[in-house]
Design a protein around this ligand. Structure first.
Ligand code: URA
Length: 441
């Protein structure tokens, strides 16, 4: 291994709280991506950034350096404004699965590149792969071709998109350096900028089940990401949304796709008595409307849901990527391993998103290591969302997946994730109301 003397100076400068130049940051990022800088030096650099922070200029430099390690998708051959969306990740977050077909159904081109789940939060790619035959790996040419033919795609990042982030993220994950606003902002924005869209919709999750546990940090992250977008001539919309409680009723892979499919199918499903989760519905409608209005569309999400065009577009996207939309219905034939009953009478006043995420992981719905196995049929269904009136024994949550630990042990554990109280709680909102106007930029 050949040492780069300059790297030590850069680490020391950051350790002492000094600002770094673009060339200093680029040397570190390039050196690490090419393998010239070893993990231990990069770890020291990342830790220095975590402890000392970065100015807005440095964060922009870092984003640029990371972006330039790979290729940028050239969407210029597709006419009109192109849209992308990113969520910082949460439990039961299936919004992208609905938003992409809604936006595409309005004729707005959308290329959504997603990631896999790690830890408590699920990944859109794992959910999509629970649809039989669905291919998430597309080349840049296939992405462009599909946007031209169908209007949208849901896929993974190509190998050539921000290779620096793949290495840096894996290292951050094991060195206690994930929770830095500058590092998170540069990681997300470098990938979004490489995706080539003109407008980027950012859903920043706040709460127990999210990276950002409090509103102040979420706001800071939103401002930094907006500043980066402006430096690259892009428009972003940032919404801070609630991740204290799980989003929707389903947590898992196929079960989440199934919940979205019911929602996209529109009003005839509701009249069959299928319980549409209002928080999920409102978040999908709100974020989709924000995207549509920014792209200059006169369509509204509700119309596109109600006239069936969003559902039709979902089917077209699934088919274009080799999937069988009918396979989603096999969810209805899966047997649960346990139904968890309420310990007493009252109202469901709270459901802990983080604990529910861990439970889904225990059932096999998520990964504990980067390349570990995943059970597409594992997951859970929340029978009694917040505000439900329950009696002792009323089902709170139904569990699907591996029966180890036993259904009985899980049953006991899961009861503790629900709070049953005497007073009816106020309905929880999905969008955090206190977002100042200027953060929606
Ligand atoms: N999501 C990312 O893509 N990167 C981070 O650093 C955190 C969340």
């Amino acid at each position: 291994m050949q040492y780069m003397p300059n790297v030590i100076n850069v680490i020391e400068a950051k350790r002492d709280g000094r600002d770094l130049s673009f060339s200093q940051i680029r040397d570190v990022v390039d050196g690490y991506t090419s393998g010239e800088i070893p993990d231990y030096q990069m770890s020291a650099f990342l830790m220095a950034v975590c402890l000392r922070g970065m100015s807005d200029d440095e964060t922009i430099f870092l984003t640029r350096a990371m972006l330039e390690t790979g290729e940028t998708l050239d969407l210029s051959q597709i006419p009109g404004l192109k849209l992308d969306k990113h969520s910082t990740g949460g439990v039961g977050d299936k919004v992208s699965l609905a938003l992409v077909p809604i936006v595409a159904a309005a004729g707005i081109p959308i290329a959504k590149m997603s990631g896999r789940g790690l830890g408590n939060t699920g990944g859109t790619l794992d959910k999509l792969e629970s649809i039989s035959g669905f291919r998430v790996e597309l080349t840049a040419e296939q992405i462009i071709q599909q946007i031209k033919s169908v209007g949208g795609c849901l896929c993974g990042q190509t190998e050539k998109i921000v290779p620096a982030d793949k290495k840096m993220y894996a290292l951050r994950d094991v060195t206690g350096t994930v929770e830095s606003i500058s590092l998170i902002a540069a990681s997300i924005m470098s990938k979004k900028l490489a995706g080539g869209a003109d407008i980027i919709l950012l859903d920043i999750k706040v709460g127990r089940g999210a990276f950002m546990k409090n509103i102040d940090d979420a706001r800071k992250l939103a401002f930094v990401m907006r500043t980066i977008a402006a430096a690259f001539g892009k428009t972003v919309i940032c919404e801070l949304t609630n991740m204290d409680i799980p989003l929707g009723r389903a947590v898992g892979n196929l079960i989440e796709v199934w919940e979205v499919a019911k929602l996209l199918r529109g009003p005839q499903q509701y009249s069959y008595g299928f319980p549409i989760d209002e928080r999920l519905y409102h978040l999908i409608v709100d974020l989709s409307n924000a995207a549509l209005s920014l792209a200059g569309s006169s369509h509204t999400a509700v119309t596109l849901l109600e006239d069936g065009s969003a559902w039709q577009k979902f089917g077209e996207i699934v088919e274009a990527q080799g999937g069988d939309v009918n396979s989603i219905e096999r969810w209805g034939y899966i047997s649960p391993i346990a139904v968890v009953g309420s310990p007493n009478d009252g109202y469901v006043t709270d459901i802990d998103a983080e604990a529910i995420g861990r439970l889904a992981l225990t059932l096999g719905a998520g990964r504990t290591t980067k390349d570990g196995p995943i059970d597409h049929l594992a997951g859970l269904w929340i029978n009694a969302p917040i505000g439900s009136v329950v009696q002792k024994g009323t089902p709170l949550v139904t569990l699907y997946g591996r029966p180890s630990p036993t259904g009985r042990e899980l049953n006991k554990e899961a009861k503790a994730f629900f709070t049953i109280g005497d007073e009816k709680p106020l309905p929880p909102s999905s969008i955090i109301e206190i977002i100042p106007d200027e953060i929606r930029c």
